[in-house]
Design a protein around this ligand. Structure first.
Ligand code: SF4
Length: 96
């Protein structure tokens, strides 16, 4: 079985919650798990702007540009979906 096939299968199992902790750790030990976590992370859904109570204006001195979760290069956020303004704010704000 190729490394790519093993990695894809592993990702599917991790996402489905069917991969045992022991198997996960053994794969991590062999290096097969490298790249798999990044794929799982990408597969995670972000929170909607509505659920995050996102607003496109700051709250006091708190704004997305000062938040640890803001991705300035992409006008995006690690946890909230959609286009995010540097002047925005939501309930997940974390000081950077
Ligand atoms: S978590 Fe909220 S405050 Fe922080 S960057 Fe994302 S949308 Fe802005």
């Amino acid at each position: 079985m190729s490394l790519k096939k093993i990695s894809s299968t592993t990702t599917d199992r991790v996402i489905a919650g069917r991969l045992s902790r022991r198997r996960f750790l053994s794969l991590a030990g062999t290096g097969i798990i490298v790249g798999t976590l990044a794929q799982v992370r990408r597969a995670e859904a972000k929170t909607s702007q509505r659920a995050a109570r996102y607003q496109d204006t700051p709250k006091g001195d708190k704004s997305c540009s000062g938040c640890k979760l803001f991705l300035a290069d992409e006008n995006a956020c690690r946890v909230v979906e959609g286009v995010i303004s540097p002047n925005g704010y939501c309930r997940f704000w974390v000081r950077s």
